[in-house]
Design a protein around this ligand. Structure first.
Ligand SMILES: *Cc1c(COP(=O)(O)O)cnc(C)c1O
Length: 397
């Protein structure tokens, strides 16, 4: 019997240049982003420069986490108490959590079998709620047809904020994910595409939104140190009316992220080679559906999802258990109890209960696995074989 031995949560080490830079920061004792000498730029400001340049956005703010970046973007947009904010039903809990933090009311939009927001349902809910804002979560790196999405939003006069936790390095028709709305949020938490343990990046081209976000993040009256922030006069009144909700990034984390950002495009290629190796093994499994990847989508294959059509509860549990016995860790989104990092809208009871039959059907058939870069191509082929054999075994029963 094939047994896979490696851990699904083991990332690569921090690049040597990041480690030596981090040691320099620690030796200096100046870890806080505003604890700089004379005109010396902080590591955090340099990271913001590098990331804004990478995406081609005007402004960037580094903060404590991806979830913090999301709630800050929503607050800076001006979400009002109880205001409806439309978002994906298929996402991770920090997304509805950020909406709750901002005072908004999350209204969940149905999911297609290709794991993107259902545009027909979005349009229905835009009409029903008159929402001003859609927070789209590019969950597990699946990009919706961004042209079609932007056309729907334009028709209804709604604004867009993107959750790019899984699309750092991805693009739609050559345009980077995170540049389609008024703001976008990224995570640098350990399991994302660059790793500082915890961390987030918020980008925007809107001066007032970014000034507010910088003040919210806890810039005190030092906001002019943000070289990737708007001009000083943008803060003139905002600085007295915007609460300080401390959530800055520190220079230690920024120091280890800068060299990782320089490697990002190469990482994307390595992830995609692994994704393709795994997908090639799975394609021939009967009853298995791999979500379609449109030609305009350049995705980052840092995880893989598949559906098993018509699978019953017991079969799904048996399938996950069989894979686990052979060292392959799968998440099943149809499980009745939330597990580890995985939960569904049924577990977000701070929201009003929502009826999402189409999403529930998709989640019931949906399995998910991580692809850390510590896996080789051969590892991915082995994982694919184990999954394929497990499907054959359970569907024979
Ligand atoms: C990880 C994640 C976030 C938030 O990131 P944190 O940095 O952990 O707060 C947001 N959305 C999705 C889809 C994520 O996976």
């Amino acid at each position: 019997m094939d047994i896979f031995q490696k851990s699904f949560t083991q990332q690569e080490p921090i690049p040597a240049s990041g480690i030596s830079r981090a040691v320099e920061v620690m030796l200096s004792g100046r870890l806080h982003r505003y604890n700089t000498i004379a005109e010396e730029p902080s590591e955090t400001a340099m990271l913001e420069e590098a990331f804004a340049n990478y995406l081609g956005t005007k402004y960037c703010l580094a903060c404590a986490s991806g979830g913090y970046a999301l709630s800050t973007a929503l607050r800076a947009f001006g979400v009002r108490q109880g205001e409806p904010v439309l978002t994906n039903a298929f996402t991770l809990s920090p997304v509805p959590g950020a909406i709750a933090t901002s005072g908004g009311q999350a209204i969940l939009v149905e999911t297609t079998e290709n794991l993107v927001m259902d545009l027909a349902d979005l349009e229905r809910k835009l009409l029903a709620t008159s929402a001003r804002l859609v927070l789209i979560s590019h969950m597990r790196g699946h990009l919706i047809d961004m042209d079609a999405l932007c056309a729907v939003l334009a028709r209804h006069g709604a604004s867009l904020i993107e959750d790019c936790a899984h699309t750092m390095g991805a693009s739609w028709d050559g345009k980077p994910s995170g540049t389609f709305g008024i703001a976008a949020c990224f995570s640098t938490q350990t399991y994302k595409h660059i790793n500082s343990g915890e961390g987030g990046l918020l980008v925007s081209n809107e001066p007032a939104l970014m000034a507010k976000a910088i003040l919210l993040s806890g810039s005190y009256m030092l906001y002019e140190r943000h070289t990737k922030g708007p001009a000083a006069q943008t803060y003139a009144d905002l600085r007295f009316t915007t609460p300080n909700c401390s959530g800055r990034m520190d220079d230690l984390r920024a120091a280890i992220l800068i060299p990782q950002l320089a490697e990002l495009d190469e990482r994307v290629q390595r992830w995609n080679a692994r994704y393709q190796a795994l997908a090639a093994e799975l394609e021939s499994a009967s009853g298995l559906y791999l979500p379609a990847r449109p030609a305009k989508e350049r995705f980052v294959g840092s995880s893989l999802q598949f559906l098993i059509r018509g699978i019953r509860d017991q079969q799904a549990s048996a399938f996950v258990a069989r894979c686990k016995n052979q060292g392959v860790e799968l998440k099943w989104f149809g499980a009745p109890e939330p597990q580890g990092y995985t939960s569904t809208h049924f577990s977000w009871k701070y929201l009003d209960a929502q009826t999402l039959p189409q999403t529930d059907q998709v989640l019931h058939e949906l399995f998910d696995l991580r692809i850390p870069l510590t896996f080789t191509l051969e590892d991915c082929r082995l994982i694919g074989r184990i999954i394929r054999q497990a499907i054959e075994a359970i569907t024979d029963q």
